[in-house]
Design a protein around this ligand. Sequence first.
Ligand code: HEM
Length: 142
Amino acid sequence: AQAEPSVSDPSTKPKAPTLPIITDDENLYKTFGERGGLVQIMDDVMVRWLANPRTRPFFEGADQAKLKGHLVEQFCVIMKGPCTYSGRTMAESHMGMNVNEGSFYALVEELQKTLNARKIPFRAQNRLLAALAPMHRDIIGK
Ligand code: HEM
């Protein structure tokens, strides 16, 4: 069996704990359909976040277009795509929001529904979720 690529790039950790962990899976960006695929994923998942009662209160007042743009950039960076993230850190952007575990997992669940609907392979989904999971420290209870 082939070795799994490691989840994180240790060089990003010591100086910048709030930066997303970068996956070493070289194919991930392609598997997600590159930039166009990520744009469609964010368009789809934002509709779900606005429909889910646990996430809607957070997103209904947000600048959704801007947020989707930053999410595309952030996911692209996580997947080692040719992008630069121009948004704030996770700590800065979720400060004072009072996100709890329930809304965090609701958000992730809606993302999984989107990825399943788009037939993103389970293994690739897990690579992404593994990179997102550690961010909960900067987001929940802040
Ligand atoms: C791993 C989980 C999460 C990731 C990767 C993530 C990522 C992001 C990113 C990249 C931004 C844009 C920051 C900027 O524009 O400067 C953002 C903003 C935002 N996030 Fe999250 N987020 C996560 C969890 C959550 C959760 C659980 C909620 C609420 C249920 C949430 C609600 C929001 C809202 C409302 C904004 C807009 C803030 C504003 O416009 O001022 N996020 N998030």
